[in-house]
Design a binder for this molecule. Structure first.
Ligand SMILES: NC(=O)c1ccc[n+]([C@@H]2O[C@H](COP(=O)([O-])OP(=O)(O)OC[C@H]3O[C@@H](n4cnc5c(N)ncnc54)[C@H](OP(=O)(O)O)[C@@H]3O)[C@@H](O)[C@H]2O)c1
Length: 293
């Protein structure tokens, strides 16, 4: 494919670039914490247990101690949520907004409405043009304005890549929004004009620069909409959804949501590393996998 240079992000996006660098630190801290925890657990087991039975006994003792501690903590602060409750109640994305209502947004909306999410679809021509789409998706779907779509718990960005700057300008501050970047870097699809070169950034890093304050998760872009729309649960395994991003809690909530739709979410890491694999020309672009877990 011939790259087409569509120029650097505007000045506001360039300023937001600093913010992106800060975001980029987040996963490294999070990942460091998680893996440090795993190493510690492994080390304890290795020291304490030469065989299988003692491992089980040690684990049982550990669980029992933790349950006692948890009960004590709950008695001390009955209103405080456990980590499990927090991750289930607060991180679940119940409402899903879409910017763009083309094939890929509708594919995800199909599964999301069936799974009980409320889906707020928006497009360029206005909600009145989305009647048929909403009717086909059923009562959990509605056609809304852009302003309403961006109030959802999580927002699917499903517009042509080159429309991103225009979409971004509709909201001066994207702080607190979790946006799933589903775009592919086509400079123009019809007629085809190759792909938009935003190097050295990955496509999603470029998108992140245009949406100051938003948490960006790249996902679904590497799948064909027809495959994304099909039932993801196959006898041979679940359809894989790759995702990448720089904010660990949002990725956790996203993975929960996607698993709830029947897909097998697989975290590819940061927007830089994972995004590079998923974007046009990346090793996983246009590849479809079944997960046999
Ligand atoms: N189709 C696929 O198989 C597939 C798979 C994965 C990823 N993708 C990527 O996902 C994105 C969407 O592709 P698609 O094929 O689903 O849709 P599409 O046919 O490209 O339609 C684009 C949608 O975006 C809306 N839109 C365009 N400009 C807009 C703007 N400035 N503000 C708000 N909405 C705007 C359009 O609204 P109107 O209808 O009102 O014009 C339409 O609903 C693209 O970046 C594509 O590369 C596509």
């Amino acid at each position: 494919m011939d790259p087409v240079d569509i120029g650097p992000p505007d000045a506001r996006a360039a300023r937001a670039g600093c913010q992106h660098l800060a975001l980029d630190d987040t996963p490294r801290r999070g990942q460091g914490g998680r893996s440090a925890g795993c190493r510690q657990l492994g080390g304890t087991q290795a020291r304490a247990v030469p065989g299988v039975r003692p491992v089980l006994a040690a684990r049982a003792a550990y669980r029992s101690r933790s349950r006692t501690h948890q009960r004590q903590r709950n008695r001390a602060a009955p209103n405080r949520l456990t980590h499990f409750e927090r991750s289930n109640d607060l991180m679940r994305f119940k409402t899903i907004g879409t910017i763009g209502a083309g094939p890929i947004a509708r594919a995800v909306a199909t599964h999301a409405t069936k799974a009980g999410h409320r889906v707020l679809l928006s497009n360029n021509h206005g909600p009145e043009t989305l009647g048929d789409v909403v009717d086909s998706l059923g009562p959990n779907a509605s056609a809304v304005s852009f302003d309403e779509a961006v109030t959802a718990d999580i927002i699917l960005l499903a517009v042509p890549f080159v429309a991103v700057p225009e979409v971004a300008r509709r909201l001066p501050d994207w702080s607190g929004r979790v946006v799933v970047d589903m775009t592919n870097q086509f400079a123009e699809v019809n007629p085809y004009r190759g792909f938009a070169d935003v190097s050295p950034l990955t496509g999603s890093e470029w998108v992140a620069q245009h949406l100051p304050g938003a948490v960006i998760i790249k996902a679904f872009n590497s799948m064909f909409a027809t495959y994304a729309e099909a039932e993801p649960r196959h006898q041979e395994g679940a359809q894989v959804v790759f995702f990448a991003g720089d904010d660990a809690p949002s990725k956790h909530g996203f993975a929960q949501m996607v698993a709830g739709l029947g897909f097998a979410p697989i975290d590819l890491g940061t927007l830089r590393d994972g995004g590079a694999l998923m974007q046009l020309g990346g090793a996983l672009s246009g590849k479809h996998f079944l997960f046999q877990g």
